[in-house]
Design a binder for this molecule. Structure first.
Ligand code: ADP
Ligand code: MG
Length: 325
């Protein structure tokens, strides 16, 4: 299978008045073409920073210290702003968490959709209008012509999310990055949006980098999975082994803390403690203070590297959980 995306050893920092935030500390991932790659992690673990790095949309106080991001064999970090502008919205598109604020509040929905088409293609305005309507209809919006003439604030949150997806998918990008596209939506709507994402990507043969902190979303969507903790990838796998046999104690507790439909009475086991301060990361494993499997070696050793424990399954831990079959 061909690669859709390869991130190698990415190091990203933010400068703030309070000090330096070590947001990504050598993150690598390989996404196969046509797959849904779920990037999981608690709030603040660096998920959006990774997405924005790929899009070339990091804020000005961010700096990429090291690493490479390959798309189509080209390192995007060395390819220049012109190359990124051409890719963005066309070959790589992004759907943001908060659709309502990601859309332009003073531009009609139809103009925002048509603009993406006109900017990247030689398609006429008339055809762009038709394509926009068709795409809105594809995302399940019943009256596209009316919606084209409205502003984002006139639409519900769920409708805005669909508009964002229409904008993201109208030029049939090969990679769609969806950053927590369903958080804040109710469960039914969440399921509909995920179905839509699945359907459109199947029809368009796109790859999806799906960012979430919700293990239930991972379970229903992912073909590959990467778990971020404090700006480091701590487990990557084909989803079946990670789900059935997670080996990092953090992934293990994420899965255990997930509500289960078959055991509604069982109390949620929240993970005790908090993630580390990203301005003050320890030299040793960042998960150590919360880890139930920590040994003396973990306290005296540098941060454990990702290593392959079984084919296609990488874990960064000195004392991984032994799966029980
Ligand atoms: N613009 C910014 N300036 C300074 N720090 C930031 C900025 N954006 C994110 N961060 C910090 O970088 C870390 C990773 O954030 P983020 O990538 O947004 O995490 P996630 O998407 O997983 O919640 C956090 O510690 C966050 O506070
Ligand atoms: Mg985020």
């Amino acid at each position: 299978m061909a690669e859709a995306l390869r991130v190698e050893n990415l190091v990203v920092r933010f400068q703030t008045q309070l000090g330096q935030v070590d947001a990504l500390n050598g993150v690598s991932l390989v996404q196969e073409e046509g797959q849904v790659y779920c990037l999981v992690g608690e709030s603040g673990s660096g998920k959006s920073t990774l997405a924005l790095s790929i899009m070339g949309l990091l804020p000005h106080n961010a700096s990429i210290e090291r690493g490479a991001i390959y798309f189509d064999g080209v390192n995007l970090l060395g390819s220049g702003p012109e190359h990124m502008r051409n890719l963005r919205g066309k070959d790589i598109a992004m759907v943001f968490q908060d659709a309502q604020s990601a859309l332009n509040p003073v531009q009609l929905v139809g103009d925002q959709l048509e603009e993406v088409i006109l900017e990247h293609t030689n398609i006429s305005a008339r055809v762009a209008n038709k394509m926009s309507q068709d795409m809105l209809r594809e995302t399940g919006l019943a009256d596209p012509r009316r919606i084209m003439g409205q502003y984002p604030f006139q639409l519900s949150g769920g409708m805005c999310q669909r508009v964002m997806m229409a904008i993201g998918l109208v030029l049939e990008p090969r990679l769609l990055i969806a950053d927590e596209p369903t958080s804040g939506l109710d469960v039914t709507l969440q399921a509909e949006i995920l179905d839509l994402l699945r359907k459109l990507c199947r029809e368009q043969h796109a790859s999806i980098l799906l960012i979430t902190h919700d293990m239930a979303v991972v379970a229903s969507m992912a073909q590959q999975v990467g778990v971020l903790y404090a700006g480091s990838m701590i487990e990557t796998a084909e989803v079946v082994p990670t789900f059935r046999r997670p080996q990092h104690p953090y992934t293990w507790s994420l899965i255990k803390s997930r509500p289960r439909l078959d055991e509604p009475d069982k109390r949620l086991q929240a993970l005790p403690g908090a993630p580390p301060d990203m301005m003050n990361l320890p030299g040793e494993c960042a998960f150590l203070p919360r880890c139930q499997k920590a040994m003396s070696q973990c306290r005296i050793s540098p941060r454990p590297p990702l290593s392959e424990l079984e084919p296609g399954h990488h874990v960064a831990c000195y004392n991984p959980v032994v799966p029980q079959d």
